[in-house]
Design a protein around this ligand. Structure first.
Ligand SMILES: [Zn+2]
Length: 213
C-alpha cells in the first residue's frame, strides 16, 4: 500500500507495524514515548521563553508521536481504516501547524527577544532526545523499509535540533527575536510540506476516483 512505504524523508507516513519484529516494535514504542515527552517539554519551554522556533520544533515531535501511536493502533486493520486514520492524522497535524502559524503571526506584530537561557536548555534537551532516538534506531536502519523511513525521519529531526540551537545562538548574539522567528517559519514550512503530502496520499487512497492522476 502506497502510504505505508514512505519513500522520502517525510516524518508523517504510516509505519507498517505488522511487518516489524518484536524487537523493532519495542524500539518504536520507546521512540514514541521520547517524542511525546519532548513535545510536552518543548511546548512548556516555548510558552515560558516566548520562543517560536521551539514551538515549531515541537510540531515535529507531535507528528512523530502521533504517527507511531496510530501506526501501532492500526496493526491488522483494513487498509481503508488505515487510510482514514492517516487522513484524520493529517488534519490533526495541519491543525497544530495552523496554531503555530497563528503564534508566529502574533509575534510578528511585536518582535521581542525570547528568553534565550530557557530556549537553550530546551534546545539542548530536544537535540539530546533526537540523538537518543537516532542511536536507538541505528541498528535497525537497514532492516526493513518501515524502520528505514523512521530512521531517515529521525535523522532529519537531529538536523532540525541543530537549527533550533542555531536560532538560540543567534538570538543571544544579536539580542533580537528575528532569528527565532525566521527559523520557526522555516521549520513550519518543512513540516507543512510533509503534512500536506500525507493528506494527499490518504485522500488518493480513500477517493481514487476524485483524485487527479
Ligand atoms: Zn520527525
Amino acid at each position: 500500500m502506497r502510504i505505508n512505504a514512505v519513500s522520502d524523508s517525510c516524518c508523517q507516513g504510516q509505519i507498517d507495524v505488522a511487518a516489524l519484529e518484536e524487537r523493532q516494535r519495542r524500539v518504536l514504542i520507546v521512540v514514541l514515548v521520547v517524542n511525546a515527552m519532548t513535545f510536552l517539554m518543548m511546548v512548556a519551554a516555548a510558552s515560558y521563553s516566548g520562543s517560536s522556533s521551539l514551538l515549531s520544533g515541537a510540531l515535529d515531535n507531535f507528528g512523530d508521536a502521533l504517527t507511531y501511536a496510530l501506526s501501532l493502533a492500526v496493526v491488522g486493520a483494513a487498509s481503508v481504516v488505515k487510510a482514514r486514520v492517516a487522513f484524520v492524522k493529517g488534519l490533526l497535524i495541519l491543525g497544530a501547524a495552523l496554531a503555530v502559524a497563528a503564534q508566529i503571526g502574533w509575534r510578528l506584530s511585536n518582535v521581542e527577544s525570547p528568553v534565550f537561557e530557557v530556549m537553550g536548555i530546551a534546545a539542548l534537551l530536544n537535540l539530546g532526545a533526537n540523538g537518543l532516538c537516532l542511536r536507538l534506531l541505528y541498528p535497525h536502519r537497514n532492516s526493513d523499509v518501515n524502520m528505514a523511513s523512521v530512521w531517515e525521519c529521525s535523522r532529519n529531526d537531529v538536523i532540525e535540533g541543530f537549527a533550533v540551537i542555531a536560532a538560540t545562538l543567534a538570538v543571544w548574539l544579536f539580542g533580537s527575536g528575528w532569528p527565532d522567528i525566521l527559523i520557526a517559519i522555516a521549520l513550519l514550512a518543512l513540516f507543512l510540506r510533509s503534512g500536506s503530502r500525507v493528506l494527499k496520499g490518504a485522500w488518493r487512497e480513500l477517493y481514487p476516483e476524485l483524485s487527479p492522476s
